[in-house]
Write a protein that binds this ligand. Structure first.
Ligand SMILES: [Zn+2]
Length: 294
């Protein structure tokens, strides 16, 4: 059964305002919550973005500073960590190169954290020179395991998907995964489609399904702040495959771009949050693929 009851999950969320169709009541601006069943894994949420951090016996491993929508978010994030532990933040790991998740790392840098990202993220950020985004100190291409105190975190590149620089972060002991934007939990992908790699995206979802984990922490809150599961990944994969096939038919009938955007509907997914608003993004991206080969 599809369990799409989430509020919209947009990579490029630009405002604190919940989408009109969201059923989620007003929330505080930020919150820090310990992941149930663990004694050291936390989610920090600020507005509609969230990051994971892990408190170990030898320091803290933090992810995504999320200081883009509001600059103060990353300082709040660091202050929240300090309320939980006196251990220093040793690592700040970027999920991918998009500013809405990784801008604002200066407080973490000043606190002595080593920044880690995919090689392509560093290359891209070096080109863009965003004054609010810290360049990674260390990079990886495929895989890296970081052990800090009693905790191990495994960083994996699973191929092209929503970006070309996405790292999946896995805590083997806790069977937890942190993955951002290419696995929206319980919604139709929207703006995150814009610069995506649709064919390769499917392969990266299959690689994630083959990994050993139970719970997924997404980069944007899921309905009721629930964690994602492998079923969510399977649902997303099926939905993307259906949409891909539908737009291929429209493209081969010469309907891309405008006619396809007006005509393509996938009623099967009409009740999935984000359907109405996000379908045009999906059709446009797949029209690029099937109509142009891009
Ligand atoms: Zn993104």
């Amino acid at each position: 059964m599809l369990r799409f009851t989430a509020l919209i999950l947009l990579c490029a969320a630009t405002a604190a305002v919940s989408p009109a169709w969201s059923q989620t009541p007003a929330q505080p601006i930020f919150a820090t919550t310990k992941v149930e069943g663990t004694d050291n894994v936390y989610i920090f949420r600020y507005l509609n973005h969230q990051a994971m951090f892990v408190v170990t016996s030898a320091g803290v491993i933090a992810t995504d500073p999320i200081g883009y929508v509001r600059r103060e978010a990353s300082q709040v994030y660091l202050d929240e960590i300090k309320k939980i532990t006196s251990q220093p933040v040793k690592y700040a790991i970027y999920s991918h190169h998009h500013y809405d998740h990784i801008a604002g790392g200066k407080p973490f840098k000043d606190a002595g954290a080593t920044f880690v990202a995919h090689t392509r993220a560093k290359e891209r950020l070096a080109q863009l020179k965003d004054p609010h985004t810290v360049l990674p100190d260390e990079t990886l291409q495929r895989k890296r395991t970081i052990t800090l105190g009693d905790t191990t975190i495994e960083l994996s590149y699973v191929g092209l998907n929503h970006s070309d620089s996405t790292l999946v972060m896995r805590l083997p002991k806790q069977k937890i995964l942190f993955a951002v934007d290419f696995i929206p939990v319980g919604s139709v992908p929207g703006r995150g489609m814009i610069d995506s790699y649709p064919l390769e995206w499917e392969g990266s979802l299959k690689r994630v399904l083959a990994m050993d984990w139970k719970w997924l922490i997404p980069g944007h809150p899921a309905p009721g702040d629930r964690l994602g599961t492998k079923q969510d990944v399977q649902n997303l994969l099926a939905m993307l495959q259906d949409m891909l096939a539908e737009v291929r038919e429209a493209a081969r009938a010469g309907k891309c771009w405008d006619a396809a955007e007006k005509e393509v509907k996938l009623e099967k997914y009409a009740s999935v949050p984000g359907y109405e608003q996000n379908l045009p993004f999906v059709v446009r991206r797949y029209c690029g693929l099937w109509g142009r080969g891009t």
